[in-house]
Design a protein around this ligand. Structure first.
Ligand SMILES: O=P(O)(O)OP(=O)(O)OP(=O)(O)OC[C@H]1O[C@@H](n2cnc3c(O)ncnc32)[C@H](O)[C@@H]1O
Ligand SMILES: [Mg+2]
Length: 198
């Protein structure tokens, strides 16, 4: 099986990428599978900048082609928060549960029609000696009043997908792959760089 390195330490993203790439005949490796500890500082001000930082730094250290993913949730009633700060929205150690609690409390009393939001994902492809490329995808939805479902990671339990009438965390990985920001970004990558993912 061909291997592809995803420059991420997030196990939830790794599962999403497996659902997307295993059917194409790729085994997914992430930074968790590599002995060296790599944790690139995300000093950029946009998803694009952070995705490029993670991909280029990791490709340089490993001297291999990699794909990185920078992603997050934008909530309209919170002026686009948490955005690029999605992973550590509640501060301190990364905690999906604390992040969700913070979103729910900030949106308390906000009516359904004003709870619109989207997930965004930017993928960067970097390889030694090659020009880095980026691809993006999004997924529109609404923030629920409470948690639903057991699948996925991050904000999936409070993200409602209107077209499927389900919370993102109620979708099996293969279903999420079809409609998610990450799936949409990967399909862009595949369309523009077929030689990478044939
Ligand atoms: O940087 P890496 O190592 O890839 O892992 P990370 O978790 O820090 O990843 P980001 O910096 O890109 O932050 C993305 C955060 O946005 C949220 N997020 C992104 N994609 C998501 C998804 O598909 N479902 C739910 N939450 C998601 C989740 O809280 C992530 O931690
Ligand atoms: Mg990160």
């Amino acid at each position: 099986m061909k291997q592809i390195i995803i420059a991420t330490n997030n196990k939830g993203k790794a599962k999403d990428f497996e659902a997307l790439l295993n059917p194409l005949g790729y085994e997914v490796l992430t930074l968790q599978d590599i002995e060296e500890e790599i944790d690139v500082e995300e000093t950029g001000t946009t998803f694009e900048e952070n995705a490029i930082l993670k991909a280029e730094e990791t490709a340089k250290i490993l001297n291999k082609p990699v794909i990185s993913d920078d992603s997050g949730l934008e909530i309209d009633a919170l002026n686009g928060e948490p955005g690029i700060y999605s992973a550590r929205y509640a501060g301190g150690e990364k905690s999906d549960s604390a992040n969700i609690d913070k979103v729910l409390s900030k949106l308390e009393g906000v009516p359904e029609e004003q709870r619109t939001a989207r997930f965004r994902c930017v993928l960067a492809i970097a390889a030694p000696g090659e020009q880095t490329e980026t691809f993006s995808g999004s997924c529109e939805g609404r923030i629920l009043n409470g948690r639903r479902g057991e699948h996925g990671f991050g904000y999936d339990p409070i993200f409602y997908v209107p077209e499927l009438d389900k919370a993102m965390a109620e979708l099996a990985p293969e279903q999420k792959a079809k409609i998610s920001h990450r799936g949409n970004a990967l399909r862009e990558l595949k369309a523009a760089m077929p030689s990478w993912l044939s």
